[in-house]
Design a protein around this ligand. Structure first.
Ligand code: IMP
Length: 193
């Protein structure tokens, strides 16, 4: 099955393709002629995932899905949450985001955090939402070079390494996105797509 995944992030594509397997050919917005930045202007993960999926569906008429992810840090009242991409600056500056997170957590004993992903699937024009969560903690300096975003600062529960010290396969065993994508895959199989 050909399906558009609303991302131009190569890390996300690799992760999601590995979970879905070879039965699904993931197309990027660019593959389908959508080259502009896809708007995500809502104040919830659900709202943003839905907005991105609808935007692509309206332009291409194809089945598609979009994900939106937030890092929710307990000691920061759930921040950066839906604002994770633009936490420190208006751009998607991962290094600046990580520096700001460490600054805001300085001296705080509670390091609990979780990643939450919401996926919006538009299949035959109908919307379906899937959620994935991984609980863990934020360490006090960047460790590891794999992955992207907050990966070098996040250790999932049950592990002693950050996501940035894991292969794609290891991250996919427990990650928020992989959990949401497995629900998406189960749904697609159930409707024989
Ligand atoms: P997005 O809007 O879904 O791309 O996610 C917002 C921000 O959350 C990104 O810019 C990253 O900083 C962060 N993020 C999303 N997914 C991950 C992940 O799997 N690991 C680490 N950081 C992530």
């Amino acid at each position: 099955m050909d399906i558009i995944f609303a991302t131009n992030n190569a890390h996300k594509l690799t992760e999601v393709q590995a979970v879905l397997g070879p039965g699904y050919k993931l197309l990027t917005p660019r593959d389908c002629g959508v080259t502009e930045e896809i708007p995500e202007e809502q104040d919830t993960l659900e709202g943003n995932a839905s907005q991105k999926a609808h935007y692509l569906h309206e332009r291409t008429g194809m089945d598609c899905f979009a994900d939106d992810t937030g890092l929710e840090v307990e000691a920061l009242g759930g921040a950066p949450g839906v604002h994770s991409a633009r936490y420190a600056t208006d751009g998607h500056d991962f290094a600046a985001n990580n520096r700001l997170l460490l600054k805001n957590l300085k001296g705080k004993a509670n390091r609990r955090a979780r990643f939450r992903t919401v996926i919006s699937l538009l299949l035959d024009g109908e919307e379906h939402l899937f959620e994935g969560i991984v609980e863990g903690r934020i360490i006090d300096r960047e460790t590891g070079h794999e992955g992207f975003g907050f990966d070098p600062l996040f250790i999932p529960d049950g592990y002693d390494r950050t996501f940035a010290q894991m292969t794609t396969g290891e991250k996919n065993e427990v990650s928020h996105r992989a959990r949401a994508v497995r629900k998406l895959a189960a749904y697609l199989h159930s409707v024989e797509k």
